[in-house]
Write a protein that binds this ligand. Structure first.
Ligand SMILES: Cc1ncc(COP(=O)(O)O)c(C=O)c1O
Length: 360
């Protein structure tokens, strides 16, 4: 068997033990005689899987009882619309958006269809290479909520502080750093995340929403109504059953590794080593401000950018794949989510040193 080190930003690497277990259970899930894929979502066997997934999320993220956990479809992108549709109750109400990258821009663009969006801060003029600090946030007490993107997958920046929004609920897109570090859920009104980076495969989206934010708007399409989804335990219609099953296996893996605090320690080590390798070489450059650097997505460029195709080709031959930067920014990017082992980062650093020695 040949496994590569896959630095994809998403869908991304999954723990090998999760894939092995899914393979072992593929055709006969725990004596049921069928695959999870073939099972009714109303069956008792499947009900146990989805209940366990929610219980693990509650345990790993210490989710308080006054928050609902929803497993929805439509990706994080649908949440760009569902958040304002569910929270804005009257035309003209305001929502504050902190614009730290293209995903935040897309979220704000959807919100403009339902709310008056105020830009509380933007780092666009510096090509999103930094996260605005608390004192730069122009927050309005009249806002219905404040939206942030906790980790910017494309440019590789991440908040190292939690914005203080006073009594205004904070809504966070955590698609690319959920479960990578402990969080205090009670500081947020709503958290959402597409699964395909740190949680599992694509097709399922996690929403954690405080009770008082449910049921504010009466006339929503039922599939887009958090209240209705919560009442039906995310089973209003057929959920993405297999994706939720893999999510459950990933959560068990995180638990067995020691939980989110252990993930954080590993992520700190992996990111520190990779940034150190970049910063200590005149051959590589990282465009992001040091205090704003992401532990999950590490962007870098070669000082001589004409060598980038060669770097990618030779890295691929060495089993280090999907290192190209996002199409909007170019360059290189190593996504090092929870499931990227420390050996994978070490192998990348080794290759980078070797490449620099040969072409520098
Ligand atoms: C931070 C962030 N938000 C939202 C999205 C969009 O997610 P989805 O493809 O699940 O809609 C992505 C995708 O990479 C992302 O990185």
């Amino acid at each position: 068997m040949t496994r590569v080190y896959n630095f994809s930003a998403g869908p991304a690497v999954l723990p090998l033990s999760v894939l092995d277990r899914a393979r072992d259970e593929m055709t006969d899930y725990q004596g049921s005689g069928m695959s999870v894929m073939e099972m009714s979502h109303r069956s008792s066997v499947y009900s146990a899987i989805i209940a366990e997934a929610e219980a693990l999320l509650r345990q790993l993220l210490t989710i308080p009882d006054n928050y609902r956990v929803l497993l929805l479809q439509g990706g994080a992108s649908l949440q760009f619309s569902m958040v304002p549709m569910n929270l804005i109750t009257a035309p003209g109400q305001q929502a504050d958006y902190i614009i730290t990258g293209v995903w935040a821009q897309k979220a704000a663009a959807e919100a403009r269809k339902h709310a008056t969006v105020r830009v509380a801060a933007s780092s666009e003029v510096v090509r999103f290479c930094r996260i605005p600090r608390q004192q730069e946030l122009d927050l309005s007490p009249a806002a219905v909520y404040v939206h942030m993107t906790s980790n910017n997958t494309v440019v590789g920046t991440e908040y190292d502080y939690l914005p203080d929004t006073g009594p205004v609920p904070l809504v966070a897109d955590m698609s690319s750093n959920i479960l990578s570090r402990p969080i205090d859920v009670s500081r947020y009104g709503l958290i959402y995340a597409g699964a395909q980076k740190n949680l599992g495969p694509s097709g399922v989206t996690l929403v954690i929403v405080r009770d008082d934010l449910l049921g504010r708007v009466g006339q929503l399409p039922i599939m887009l109504d958090y209240q209705v989804q919560a009442e039906h335990g995310s089973m209003l219609n057929t959920p993405p059953t297999y994706a939720i099953y893999i999510l459950k296996l990933v959560l068990e893996w995180v638990r067995d590794q020691g939980g989110v605090a252990v993930m954080e320690q590993r992520n700190i080590r992996k990111a520190a080593r990779l940034y150190q390798a970049i910063d200590s070489s005149a051959f590589y450059r990282c465009p992001t401000e040091v205090a704003s650097r992401s532990r999950m997505n590490v962007p870098f460029t070669l000082t001589d950018e004409t060598l980038t195709p060669r770097f990618l080709a030779e890295a691929g031959q060495a089993g280090l794949v999907t290192l190209e930067g996002h199409r909007l920014v170019g360059g290189l990017r190593a996504s090092i989510y929870n499931a990227m082992p420390e050996e994978g980062v070490a192998a990348l650093i080794h290759f980078m040193h070797d490449f620099a020695r040969r072409y520098g």
